[in-house]
Design a protein around this ligand. Structure first.
Ligand code: NI
Length: 202
């Protein structure tokens, strides 16, 4: 099986797992992260096959998304072995996915491919699509859009996490793309607060 065929199989596997997600982690998120990881890997002369494969699979086993994360991961390895991924390729993908899905803190992943997948995932959390995903995620967790009296709103998530991401990019390509998306989020927030304060200012 050639690499292109393997990638098509992965896409189908991921489609079936995430097609009905309503939390901002749907199939299209995986597709964007995979395509961005491939693009960055080429710019950074990294292993594009490993980066793209791991990017497609990066949210499998995320505790927020799976009731039985370890089972989901075991199933994925079985699937990868069935489509002839080598032991060493699976190990590289495993390192990336475990880091991305289960990490706390801002430690850099070990491999360049891991750094690339992390950048691609973070890029999808910012900019216009990042904004849309933030409110989808908030709604799926019964969070308010915004309130002057609460710290667990979707708008607060921008300050807690999203506005910090541009300075956490690993690769130069990631930094460049993050810059523009960051500026867009800042102007969105400015407009949001100006509309909000017209009515709600205390
Ligand atoms: Ni993700």
């Amino acid at each position: 099986m050639d690499n292109q065929t393997k990638m098509t199989q992965i896409e189908e596997y991921v489609f079936n797992l995430f097609k009905d997600d309503e939390t901002g982690h749907d199939y299209f998120h995986m597709k964007r992260v995979a395509s961005m990881a491939k693009k960055i890997a080429k710019m950074e002369s990294a292993d594009a096959f490993i980066a793209e494969s791991a990017a497609w699979l990066h949210d499998i086993g995320d505790k927020k998304l799976f009731n039985k994360p370890e089972d989901a991961i075991d199933d994925m390895y079985l699937f990868l072995r069935n489509i002839n991924f080598s032991g060493s390729e699976i190990k590289q993908i495993d390192n990336i996915i475990r880091y991305i899905s289960f990490s706390a803190g801002h430690k850099k992943p070990l491999t360049i491919e891991g750094q690339i997948v992390q950048d691609a995932d973070r890029l999808d959390a910012i900019g216009a699509i990042g904004i849309a995903r933030t409110f989808a995620y908030g709604a799926s967790n019964q969070q308010l859009i915004y309130s002057d009296d609460s710290d667990s709103t979707s708008i607060q998530h921008f300050h807690d996490k999203l506005l910090l991401l541009k300075d956490l990019m690993n690769t130069n390509t990631g930094k460049l793309i993050a810059k523009e998306r960051h500026q867009f989020m800042e102007s969105f927030l400015k407009q949001f607060y100006s509309e909000w304060n017209l009515i709600h200012k205390k």
